[in-house]
Design a protein around this ligand. Structure first.
Ligand code: ATP
Ligand code: MG
Length: 393
């Protein structure tokens, strides 16, 4: 019965020129998301409203699912768009609408009219009262409840008339493309896909870097990261996933440095390499899934040691989250089942039994000197042999 959606987005945050940037990015992300859905969709911007209109048959559920992944959307309202042919005709349409949308005529409702076009002969309050009466006449089983109605019948009088009663929540946030680009350090774990999702939610375009250590990490571990990138890409749009061969660097650190410092030193080289690709791709920051105290490499001291090698801002959206809170988001975005697949990642293989939890920068600097001979060449080799995979959801 629906041929269109009315899209609600947060207007308060966007004023002046930014509004056009916001709306244009939103439309472009919506177009992208709907490309994969069965049907023909046309997106129309009009007077602070965005409409998705369809031609012919389309898959309603798929369309809603796709729109639920577009950041910036606050609500998705399946809408019936009517021409203004007088109040009586409108009442007929509303009654017909209720019949189709609510086969079971046993609920409370409220009419919420909004007269955006001031030359309409009735004021909003009058429309509410008169339409309420007509509805009650047609369906005596219904009741009005102005405080907590089961169904809110929204009637927006514009050049045309919008009639809707369902608001499907969108993901909120800002449309991707409105806030620059960042490089996500994406592992096969639970945290980093969530971190990427959260930063993309603020309108940031995402690229990703994964450190792969064959043969210690398998093809399936890499495939898992590709799958996770696909899940993040459902929300963020396309991701350039940089797969870096990290084995030789890890082995070299393992040979040269005290084992309790392996993880920290390794993480410093990960950051340096990620930053290299970030600069190449014109990113303005790095993103990790770190959270204070979660593991030895995420104490305040360890984070300081990791952070020290970066010249770009490092965004850590999960920094104050408990694991359970992260898991909840992971489940919400459908990443959890993939994240918990049991493939080794490159950090778990080289972890020491007793990693330092309070690394001293002096000690780390000293020990990193033991890498002087070969590390630059190995870094260059890792850069030269990177595999970039274009990921689309
Ligand atoms: P995650 O669940 O994201 O794997 P984690 O709890 O396992 O995180 P660490 O292994 O300490 O924590 O990693 C911290 C962060 O470093 C990750 O969230 C991710 O951003 C980055 N990271 C770790 N390993 C890799 C890797 N192999 N490739 C790319 N980034 C990585
Ligand atoms: Mg991990």
């Amino acid at each position: 019965m629906y041929k269109a959606f009315l899209i609600k987005y947060a207007e308060i945050a966007i004023k002046g020129k930014n509004r056009y940037l916001f709306e244009d990015a939103l439309v472009s992300q919506m177009n992208h998301a709907l490309k994969k859905v069965d049907g023909t969709f046309k997106i129309r911007k009009e007077q602070g409203r965005i409409y998705v209109e369809t031609e012919g048959d389309f898959d309603f559920d798929e369309a809603v699912e796709a729109l639920k992944c577009v950041f910036g959307i606050v609500g998705i309202c399946p809408v019936v768009i009517l021409e203004d042919e007088g109040f009586d005709k409108l009442a007929e349409e509303v009654i017909r609408y209720i019949d189709m949308a609510y086969p079971d005529k046993n609920f409370t409702f409220k009419v919420n009219a909004r007269r955006a076009r001031k030359n309409y002969p009735l004021e909003s309050m009058e429309i509410n009262a008169k339409m309420g009466e007509r509805i009650l006449e047609a369906y005596p089983g219904l009741k009005v409840d102005v405080h907590k109605p089961d169904v809110m019948i929204n009637i927006e009088i514009r050049s045309q008339i919008n009639l809707y009663s369902t608001v499907i929540p969108g993901p909120g946030g800002m449309p991707v493309g409105t806030n620059g680009k960042a490089m996500l350090l994406l592992s096969g774990g639970i945290d980093s896909p969530v971190a990427g999702y959260m930063i993309a939610k603020r309108g940031v375009t995402i690229d990703a870097t994964y450190f792969h250590a064959p043969p210690y990490t398998s093809e399936r571990a890499k495939q898992k990261v590709v799958d996770l990138a696909k899940i993040v890409a459902k929300y963020s749009g396309p991701i350039n996933l940089h797969v870096v061969n990290f084995t030789d660097i890890q082995l070299y650190i393992y040979e040269q440095c005290p084992h309790e410092e392996l993880t920290i030193i390794m993480r410093r080289y990960m950051m340096k390499l990620a930053e290299h690709f970030a600069k190449e791709k014109k990113c303005l920051g790095l993103i990790t899934g770190e959270s204070i105290g979660q593991v030895a490499s995420q104490t305040m001291q360890s984070l300081a040691a990791t952070n020290e090698v970066c010249t770009m801002p490092v965004y850590r959206p999960l920094i104050g989250f408990d694991k359970q809170e992260i898991v909840e988001i992971s489940e919400k975005i459908d990443a959890y089942e993939t994240s918990i697949l049991p493939f080794e990642d490159c950090c778990t293989i080289f972890v020491a039994k007793h990693p330092v939890t309070k690394p001293s920068l002096n000690v780390i600097h000293n020990d990193e000197r033991k890498l002087e001979e070969k590390i630059d060449a190995l870094m260059q080799e890792a850069i030269d042999t990177v595999e970039v995979i274009h990921i689309e959801a």
